[in-house]
Design a protein around this ligand. Sequence first.
Ligand SMILES: Nc1ncnc2c1ncn2[C@@H]1O[C@H](COP(=O)(O)OP(=O)(O)OP(=O)(O)O)[C@@H](O)[C@H]1O
Length: 261
Amino acid sequence: MTVATETKTGAVPPPSSEDVITVTKMNKWYGNFHVLKDIDLSVRKGERIVICGPSGSGKSTLIRTLNRLEVYQQGEITVNDILLGDDVKNIEAVRRDVCMVFQHFNLFPHMTVLENLTLAPIWVRKMPKKEANDLAMHYLERVRIAEQAHKFPGQLSGGQQQRVAIARSLCMQPKIMLFDEPTSALDPEMVKEVLDVMVELAKEGMTMLCVTHEMGFAKEVADRVIFMDEGQIIEMAGPHEFFDNPKSERTKLFLSQILSH
Ligand SMILES: Nc1ncnc2c1ncn2[C@@H]1O[C@H](COP(=O)(O)OP(=O)(O)OP(=O)(O)O)[C@@H](O)[C@H]1O
């Protein structure tokens, strides 16, 4: 597994042939509002990146640009050497490799857990139903929820639903997983069961970008931690440097606030 070398404040690691995501001078506006400013970021295969920062700093918008759930207006994003622009074929190709887990699970309420998991493999990947069911059961077992396969999402707890959402992503056998505050809608007692699954994925070598304020998770698995504020990457460093010796006053203030909770 690739372990990223620690970087200095705001430093961008030099491009590498192992980069699976490259973001270069990317800017995005919502109308007149400049939400992402000159974002430079490269992510290597197997890297685990945690993105944190105050509310409204642009964290969700940034990861949503990485599978084109949001468009950007300037700069460039490539994923597995595919330019993520307006070309629909490129967008589809990138989405085959990049899956997103959302804060609010986004499961279909009228379908069983199993049907939620098999929908995309059957319709997008054209997988035979039996194979899709086997795959779904495999990943439901992995997130320790196989016994819930025939229930509807509304019959499960939030933590169980989020584990179903992670299993659903895994059924697409992604190369990169994006997590957008996956535990922030959960009751505190359910956070750990979801984080445990994410830690396992991280340790197995999944390339992951995760927006989260779970700093324990960041310390345990992140190769790099990014701090964003007002649409910019303010600090990007390995976890030891980030937590023990943050360079920016804004990072220090944020960490003091979040770690005191
Ligand atoms: N569709 C939109 N149209 C206009 N402004 C938007 C839109 N989506 C987000 N914004 C604004 O862009 C800014 C960044 O939002 P974003 O959700 O990326 O922040 P965030 O850091 O993920 O915040 P949070 O931690 O609260 O989720 C915010 O000021 C938000 O109000």
